[in-house]
Ligand binder design. Structure first.
Ligand SMILES: Nc1ncnc2c1ncn2[C@@H]1O[C@H](COP(=O)(O)OP(=O)(O)OP(=O)(O)O)[C@@H](O)[C@H]1O
Length: 228
């Protein structure tokens, strides 16, 4: 699914965000990316969906060569990826239905198929009853569940989440994690950057720890490994 070989990323100001990272993430895995602030986790995620390009190395995502890709191939790469961010990034002037449907409209899905799929993914995150609601009328946890529904509506092979529970209280964070776990059990690969020790320690998934741009630990059924 994701193969990085000797990937480095140095930003224009000289910051080394990733250094010589080689890693393979397989279909169906659930991977936590952990590490101190500024370690390189968000950069890792940005490289995968090609918001940033590596300075050197090789990167393949869903069988696509991310580095040599032509600009018109980038939308195809991103269609195979679902993105979830800490700040939800919903469109404030669209209803829950339209926020989720929007991702399907972009690929010009037939209307009936779209309605069915949007309702299915909203069921999956427990929010079908909110279809006509606007984001400002929802709690943070509900907004994040809408963002998760939007991320999976096109059935991506991989869902990438950057601190998805960062703005949520512990109980709500667990609801969000249950949604991710359900999606993963249905076969979708999940890569999640997080600072949430409680969640990582309880879930016992693969843990990749990054420090100062280097991978310092890669553990099956791992733990968070840092004090909060
Ligand atoms: N656009 C940018 N330009 C210059 N330097 C950057 C940029 N983005 C990130 N960096 C630097 O790269 C390093 C890695 O940053 P990154 O955001 O990937 O870390 P992180 O592990 O996600 O941190 P956090 O947990 O705080 O979100 C840091 O030193 C950061 O200051």
């Amino acid at each position: 699914m994701i193969t990085m070989s000797e990937v480095s990323k140095v930003y224009g100001n000289g910051s080394v965000a990733l250094a010589d990272v080689s890693i393979e993430i397989h279909k169906g895995e659930f991977v936590f990316l952990v590490g101190p602030s500024g370690a390189g986790k968000s950069t890792f995620i940005k490289l995968v969906f090609r918001e940033e390009l590596p300075t050197s190395g090789k990167l393949f995502v869903n069988g696509r060569n991310v580095i040599d890709m032509k600009p018109n191939e980038v939308p195809y790469l991103r269609r195979g990826l679902g993105m979830v961010f800490q700040d939800y990034r919903l469109l404030p002037n669209k209803t829950v239905y339209d926020n989720v449907a929007f991702a399907m409209q972009v690929i010009e899905a037939p209307r009936r198929e779209m309605q069915k799929r949007v309702h299915n993914v909203l069921d999956l995150v427990g929010l079908r009853h909110k279809v006509r609601t606007y984001p400002s009328e929802l709690s943070g946890g509900e907004q994040q569940r809408v963002a998760i529904a939007r991320a999976i509506v096109n059935n991506p092979a991989v869902v990438i989440a950057d601190e998805p529970t960062g703005n949520l209280d512990p109980d709500t964070s667990w609801e969000i994690m249950k949604a991710f776990d359900t999606i993963n059990k249905a076969g979708t690969t999940i890569v999640m950057a997080t600072h949430d020790k409680t969640i990582v320690d309880a879930m016992r998934k693969r843990v990749i720890a990054v420090e100062k741009g280097y991978i310092v630990r890669d553990q099956e059924r791992g733990v968070y490994g840092y004090e909060d």
